[in-house]
Ligand binder design. Sequence first.
Ligand SMILES: O=c1ccn([C@@H]2O[C@H](COP(=O)(O)O)[C@@H](O)[C@H]2O)c(=O)[nH]1
Length: 232
Amino acid sequence: MTPLIVALDFPDAPSALALADRLDPQQCRVKVGKELFTRAGPAVVENLQARGFQVFLDLKFHDIPATVAGACRAAAELGVWMLNVHASGGRAMLEAAREAVSVSAAPPLLIAVTVLTSLDAADLEEIGCHSKPAEQVRRLAALSAETGLAGVVCSAQEAGQLRQELPALLRVTPGIRPAGFARDDQRRVLTPAAALAQGADYLVIGRPITAAPDPGAVVAAIVADMAAASVR
Ligand SMILES: O=c1ccn([C@@H]2O[C@H](COP(=O)(O)O)[C@@H](O)[C@H]2O)c(=O)[nH]1
């Protein structure tokens, strides 16, 4: 299994499943996010699992502790491999999420989003956060570690710092762009090979694959790039 997680950001289940049918569950995991889950619900998760995929349910829960605990319990009952919350929900929310997940029959990996990869320093400033992205990621990653989470979502640009300071935390990194691909709405980006070199454990990649005329060829190129990076 490679560190690749393909983001199935589609507006309906048939489109997502058609792309999944062009992927190899031995080669990648898949991510179901807000648009697909809102349209297709738990059935699409079950369909992907029936095809052999481990599913990261990326709903980024962020609410009061009791509400997030209930949502995490429901997600864990779907048998997903990984799920997430926003670290900025605070200590009590993170603890409630961790406790809810830990009592499930097969606890998924619970990770916390630090600073969205679509944000840069100016965006943080505008919402009243006067820290640089790397500093805020570090703060929220430390809180995630203290509250017993398995990992964090961060950009690969921060992965090296987190690997040094909080080595037990998994680093799940969106904002990955192979050379030559558009950055789209992402701001803190790295290539697959550079992300692995920085210490990313999992790479989340969507549009470079899902919008490609030949998604299988892009996946093969990314897997080859990652393999080359890991032997360097
Ligand atoms: O900080 C974050 C957290 C989550 N995401 C999600 O990852 C994918 C990235 O898709 P691309 O098409 O490769 O940009 C997408 O589903 C986001 O919701 C993120 O990008 N950044």
